[in-house]
Ligand binder design. Structure first.
Ligand code: BGC
Length: 757
């Protein structure tokens, strides 16, 4: 028998392998191998497995002190580095892996992590866009492509999916997640994890997923990045945690915590969420990774008095691996020796890390991600996936008098600098996307419609956005631009106007106090409309926008988000009717930023707006200068087909504990075009021991119907669907009357009721 399994026989494995004292038999169950390896490790080597360090470039946060290249290499050789982030060429990754495997005493392979959020080089729509498909297979397909490309270039750990629920459009990272609803986000989380990890983590193109940011980060007060989060246990348990639970149940290998203070305990040091919930209650057996420098920031938060205490607090609370900062490296050893930290806890953390490395098959073949794999980056088939998934992610918000689809023969004026951008559609968190590699809207329209297409830039959105320094001037007003745009609009049958946001207006560190259109976009819209009222607006953005004027005056509005590499083709497919849109909003759009946080599943209050409000009475839960409801509600989205809901029925008026209720509704495609509709089921517990939201999504199905076709769509509801966390200790459904709603969005619904007992 070979003395060690750490020595791989691959083309790249050169030099001599290091020798473990005890052989590990690849046929043994992973847990046996983990324990056997652990028993051979020194305390120093164990602590080494808890360190993740940055490569020497591409930082995603402040770096207080960075090791130089020589120091880093020495650390790897001594077994002091478990994982690296932002090492970005296959050559660099494989060279570093060789150092760990062939030059450290035990030869434990390293993990290589990177922010693969919506694609690696082939960019998929931003996650908020993918969530608009209301189709977990879209998430899965997007991440399958991302995993293939990322693993092909040597990566083994993706810092995604981001499954933070956020009710606040001001928060810049809203683009990275699935929006405001825990049920939809949970289904997307499952799809994203499956896409990354495939059916078997040890396969060549499976990448370990790391769901983030655990937990509550999306509830940053006032939508301000990195701000404090303060919420009830009910919100935490019923709204924030479910997508993480879904990711864990889908087998997610790792969890990343975050930067936020949660109810007085920063999440990096929060034992309740990391140990009590994640590890104990949910049985999560992977590892928890801190966020970039979030461990030393415990001192800045005012939670820990000094760096050693910060490291100890994070570790004791369940942060197994430290990203970038060096407090575990510096202090854990002494803290174990002094008895402040038990070696059992260190063993538990190390086991978690090793388990994932074993599951990835890195001990059988540490160079698995270095081997040639036949994957073509940005291949035709990957780009085709990007185009199809982008089409599924777009939401038709308005289509007055069937303005869309457009005739390909019409003369079309394309207006707005976003329409020409080959870069903005790639979105923020774009991994290794090649700059300017997207198909622009203008290119997409030209490819589809031919010769009668004219373009005018009109407005410009700020550049300078790439640096860490903000350019607060978002637009560059130009009278010349206006004049050209107006002339083009005059000469055209129809105007397609791209409005929205630069891709760096959203993402980390990109919170805003105003979610309207920046610069003079709105002014240009009105100037264009004055000469040609036939204006189709294509929105490109990473957050819900406050666009009441556009809603009122545009003839049609298509929300395309930042749609990825094939954005222009995908948008054109919809504009010209080659694809029938079916996306639905995963977030509420406000009339005004001041309505934020705005979310459909809010509580009722004691003075909800009723019909009396229309009579001008003052004392209701409302604003006196803006509407109270959403401009576009959660779940909203049109199609070129016309869908009718009827005949809502339940098979019993009583749902008994332990039994099911069958709910049926008839969906009819009352149009001459085949299409897809997302049928949404919501419930409400109208009164109980604790007040409950006015609506909660509990199920949905995406139904395809031919022209004129009709189908009974059925759902099953059980006690589990009615249950919620009353407190940390209590998760159950309360007997009583429940209202049930079904419809094509959260606002327009058919309604019935049943009793649970
Ligand atoms: C972000 C994480 C990211 C990490 C590594 C942090 O600033 O919050 O989401 O994964 O950097 O790039």
């Amino acid at each position: 028998m070979r003395k060690t399994v750490f020595c791989a026989t691959t083309a790249l494995a050169i030099g001599s392998c290091q020798q473990a004292e005890q052989p590990l038999d690849a046929k043994d169950p992973i847990e046996v191998r983990v324990d056997s390896l652990l028993s051979q490790m020194t305390l120093e080597e164990k602590v080494g497995q808890l360190n993740m360090y940055n490569g020497t470039w591409d930082f995603t946060g402040p770096v207080p002190e960075q090791a130089d290249a020589q120091e880093r290499e020495d650390q790897i050789r001594s077994g002091g580095v478990s994982a690296m982030l932002n090492v970005l060429t296959p050559e660099a990754i494989c060279a570093a892996q060789r150092m760990a495997v062939e030059e450290s005493r035990l030869g434990i392979p390293m993990l290589f992590g990177y922010d693969v959020i919506h694609g690696y080089k082939t960019m998929m729509p931003i996650p908020l866009g993918q969530a608009s498909s209301w189709d977990p297979t879209v998430a899965e397909r997007a991440n399958r492509v991302a995993a293939a490309e990322a693993t092909s270039e040597g990566l083994s750990l993706a810092f995604g999916p981001m499954v933070d629920i956020t009710p606040d459009a001001r928060w810049g990272r809203i683009m990275e997640g699935a929006g405001e609803d825990p049920f939809l986000a949970a289904r997307m989380a499952e799809g994203w994890v499956k896409g990354f990890q495939g059916t078997d983590l040890s396969e060549r193109h499976s990448i370990a997923a790391c769901a983030k940011h655990f937990a509550g980060y999306g509830f940053a007060e006032a939508g301000k990045e990195y701000n404090t989060t303060d919420m009830s246990d009910q919100t935490l348990l019923n709204v924030v945690l479910p997508p993480f639970r879904a990711a864990v149940d889908a087998g997610c290998a790792a969890i990343m915590n975050g930067f936020n203070d949660l109810n007085g305990v920063p999440v990096t040091a929060n034992a309740y969420i990391q140990r009590t919930q994640l590890k104990e209650a949910w049985g999560f057996d992977g590892f928890v990774l801190s966020d970039f420098n979030s461990v030393p920031e415990l001192v800045t938060h005012g939670y820990s008095p000094d760096m050693p205490e910060a490291g100890k607090a994070a570790f004791l609370a369940g942060s197994d691996m430290e990203m970038e900062s060096r407090l575990y490296e510096r202090h854990l050893l002494d803290q174990v020796k002094s008895g402040e930290v038990s070696e059992e806890l260190i063993d538990d953390a190390v086991r978690r890390v090793l388990r994932i490395k074993f599951r990835l098959g890195l001990f059988e073949n540490p160079y698995k991600y270095c081997e040639a794999d036949g994957i073509e980056i940005m291949s035709e088939s990957h780009l085709q996936e990007a185009r199809e998934l982008a089409r599924e992610s777009m939401v038709l918000l308005k289509n007055e008098s069937a303005t869309l689809p457009l005739q390909k023969e019409a003369s079309i004026g394309v207006i707005g600098s976003l329409a020409r951008s080959k870069d903005v559609p790639l979105g923020n968190w774009r991994a290794q996307a090649v700059e300017n590699s997207a198909v622009s809207l203008l290119e997409g329209i030209r490819a589809a419609a031919g010769s009668k297409v004219e373009f005018a830039e009109g407005y410009r959105i700020s550049s300078g956005r790439r640096s860490f320094i903000f350019d607060m001037e978002w637009a560059d007003p130009s009278e010349k631009g206006f004049e050209e745009a107006i002339q083009v609009a005059r000469r055209s049958d129809v105007v397609v106007m791209a409005l929205g946001e630069d891709c760096y207006q959203t993402g980390e560190g990109r919170s805003q106090t105003d979610v309207g259109l920046k610069g003079d976009q709105l002014e240009l819209f009105h100037a264009v409309r004055a000469v040609n009222p036939n204006v189709v607006v294509v929105l490109m953005n990473g957050r819900p926008l406050a666009i009441p004027d556009i809603q009122q005056h545009a003839s049609a509005i298509l929300e395309s988000w930042h749609a990825g590499s094939q954005a222009g083709h995908a948008i054109a497919d919809i504009l010209f009717g080659d694809h029938n849109p079916s996306g639905k909003l995963p977030v509420s759009f406000p009339h005004h930023t001041g309505q934020e946080p705005l979310y459909y599943n809010h509580k009722k209050t004691g003075r909800p707006v009723t019909n009396d409000f229309d009579k001008g009475l003052v004392f209701w839960a409302h604003y006196s200068d803006a509407p109270v409801e959403a401009l576009y509600p959660f779940g909203y989205g049109l199609s070129y087909s016309r869908f009718i809901y009827s005949d809502l029925e339940i098979n019993d008026s009583i749902l008994r504990s332990g039994a099911d209720l069958e709910v049926r509704v008839r969906l009819t495609n009352d149009s001459k075009i085949a299409g897809q509709e997302v049928v949404q089921l919501y419930i409400r517990d109208p009164y109980g021991s604790l007040t409950r939201p006015v609506k909660e999504l509990k199920a949905f199905q995406k139904i395809h119907l031919k022209a004129g076709e009709s189908q009974l769509v059925s759902f099953r509801l059980s006690e589990e669907d009615l249950a919620y966390h009353w407190s940390r200790e209590r998760f159950e459904a309360e007997p009583g009357r429940f209202e049930l709603y079904i419809g094509g969005n959260s606002h327009e619904v058919l309604q019935t009721a049943f009793t649970f007992r």
